[in-house]
Every structure is written in structure tokens, then in C-alpha cells.
Design a protein around this ligand. Structure first.
Ligand code: 13P
Ligand code: SF4
Length: 310
């Protein structure tokens, strides 16, 4: 079944002149189908370099929406319409307008895990790979409103020493990772290093060796001498870490760190997406231009080369 399904996907990709992009948290079988796998920043950059008529985006909605913003002349499809990021719904334009009214001098830095309508009210976007660099690019002394992720915001405020007004959003998957998980695993694997995502709680960041995006974790895993790594992020990343580093051991901080929305997309739904050209991601005309500007500013600032070491 899967062999025939993947053959049909390959044939349809050629017929439609399509590429498949996927986030590092996708299920293993979907990761195996892709032309490009990456973190949020890598996927945004890949979306600017695509030479195809159709992009099948395997990730959550805000990621596909970013690809659609960057590719107005191409068709962007998300195989599962309801694959949304709950954090992106934890803020909205009314909330951002209220924060701006309370802090009229502040710049608004918005994590890409947000809707295009919120991005449209922002000075610049960031991902977890470049948040420190983006915040450092704001003129010195100017306060910064950071939305929606309180944990990434707090981490960046600590790293930069900038005055930041933090919103209250969070990732329901990453807050499942607790310091007790890490402390217990460190005892079991004394030679292991601990890498965690900056969406984790402060108490988890506190007990980690490396704090970085999923792309930063992939880089760090290649470069480190450590024989084993405890991985404090969504469990899907462990598949690619293992593929790329067959001689190292990767231990999820907790197997409860699963993002149900990232797991909605299957090989079958990718096939249906290509067969029926569904579901097309469109960005409302009134927010297209300002949200694209905030993303383009981020892309101009560039990626931070490696994960932040503690
Ligand atoms: P990355 O940009 O590190 O891949 O993270 C995306 C995300 O949604 C984390 O939960
Ligand atoms: Fe959103 Fe968290 Fe899932 Fe990432 S892991 S897509 S932040 S819910």
C-alpha cells in the first residue's frame, strides 16, 4: 500500500510540478517523502527558493501561510486543513493593538507561530533560530513587545538584556517537558548532553546544556563529541537526528511531548492533497502586504549560525 502510494505521489508531483516541504516534527513516513525538511526559518527560506508551481506544505497552518505569503504566484497546499498551532491562536490583532496602545514607543517582534493578521501589526517577525539576532537588531533603548510565546520571549530577554514586554502565549507540547524528566535522564545517561527548545519552561532551560531551535539541534548533534543527547523538544525530531547520526543515541526528554497538530498529516493526506489540489492556503488581501513586510525584514536579518550554548 505505502509503496504504491508513494509511487502515485511521485507521479503526481511530476505532473503538477510540485515540491513537498516538511517540518522536522512531521511523522516519519511524511518526512521520508519530502524534498526539503527543516525548521521554521529553513522552511521560510526554502519557500523563497522553490522552483515549482505547487508547494505541498507538511507542517502547521502558520508555516504554510508564510510560504503562501512568500509565493503569491504559486499554489500552496496544506494536506490537513485543521493542522493549526494552538500558540498562534493565543494572541490576536485586538490584543496586539492593546499592547501597542499601552506601550506606544515599543517595537513589535512577533514569533512566526502567529496568524498573518498579527504579523501585519508587527515591525518584524522571528523564529526560534534567529530571535536573539532579530531583537538585537531593534534600535538600542527602544522597548520591545514580544508576542505570542512567553517562554521564547523570556529566554530572548535574558540573552539580550533588552526591556521586553512579554505576551502570555505558550506551546502546550513544550510545557509538558519538566525539569524532573531531564534530571532523571541525566542520571541514567551520565555522558549525555541536554538540548532543549526555547519554547520550554524556564526551569527546563535552567538544567539544559544547549538551548536552540530544531535546526540548531540538528547542527549541534552533528558537531558534538557527546555519544548521547537528551532531546527537549517535540518527539518527531528524534527520527531525523537518528538518521543523520547513526552512531549517537537520542533520548526524548519525555515521549509525552507530541504535537497532535503536526501529526495530523499522513502519506494518505499528502496523496489526496496532490490528487484534489487541496487545501489551498490563501492570505487575506488586507493583511498580505504588511505581514509579508514583517517576514521579509526577518529574512534580511539572517539566521543565527549555531545554537546558543549555556
Ligand atoms: P523550530 O523553528 O525550532 O523548528 O520550531 C517550530 C515550532 O513550532 C516549535 O514548536
Ligand atoms: Fe505550535 Fe507547539 Fe506544535 Fe510547535 S510544537 S506547532 S509551537 S503547538
Amino acid at each position: 500500500m505505502t509503496g504504491r502510494t508513494t509511487d502515485r505521489i511521485e507521479r503526481l508531483k511530476r505532473e503538477r510540478n510540485a515540491v513537498i516541504l516538511a517540518h522536522n516534527y512531521q511523522v516519519d513516513s511524511v518526512q521520508d517523502l519530502t524534498d526539503y525538511r527543516g525548521d521554521s526559518l529553513g522552511l521560510s527560506r526554502a519557500a523563497t527558493e522553490v522552483d515549482a508551481d505547487v508547494i505541498v506544505f507538511c507542517g502547521v497552518y502558520f508555516m504554510a501561510e508564510t510560504a503562501a505569503l512568500l509565493n503569491p504566484e504559486r499554489t500552496v497546499l496544506i494536506p490537513e486543513r485543521d493542522a493549526g498551532c494552538p500558540m498562534a491562536r493565543m494572541t490576536d490583532p485586538a490584543r496586539v493593538r492593546q499592547l501597542k496602545a499601552q506601550h506606544p514607543d515599543a517595537a513589535v517582534v512577533t514569533y512566526v507561530n502567529s496568524t498573518a493578521a498579527v504579523k501585519a501589526l508587527s515591525d518584524v517577525c522571528c523564529t526560534s533560530s534567529n530571535a536573539v539576532e532579530v531583537v538585537n537588531s531593534i534600535e538600542p533603548g527602544r522597548p520591545i513587545i514580544f508576542t505570542p510565546d512567553q517562554h521564547l520571549g523570556r529566554y530572548v530577554a535574558e540573552q539580550t538584556g533588552r526591556e521586553m514586554i512579554l505576551d502570555r502565549g505558550y506551546c502546550p507540547t513544550h510545557v509538558r517537558i519538566r525539569p524532573e524528566h531531564i534530571i532523571k535522564l541525566r542520571r541514567l545517561y551520565p555522558d549525555a548532553e541536554v538540548m532543549v527548545h526555547p519554547e520550554c519552561r524556564a526551569e527546563v532551560i535552567e538544567v539544559a546544556d544547549v538551548v536552540t531551535s530544531t535546526g540548531g539541534m540538528l547542527r549541534h548533534a552533528r558537531e558534538t563529541e557527546a555519544p548521547a543527547l537528551i532531546v527537549g523538544t517535540e518527539v518527531g525530531l528524534v527520527y531525523r537526528l537518528g538518521q543523520e547520526n547513526p552512531n549517537k543515541e537520542f533520548i526524548p526528554a519525555t515521549t509525552a511531548a507530541v504535537c497532535p497538530n503536526m501529526k495530523r498529516i499522513t502519506v494518505g493526506s499528502v496523496l489526496r492533497a496532490l490528487e484534489d489540489m487541496q487545501y489551498e492556503v490563501k492570505v487575506a488581501e488586507d493583511v498580505r502586504e504588511p505581514s509579508l513586510r514583517a517576514i521579509e525584514r526577518m529574512l534580511e536579518i539572517g539566521a543565527r549560525p549555531a545554537g546558543a550554548q549555556r
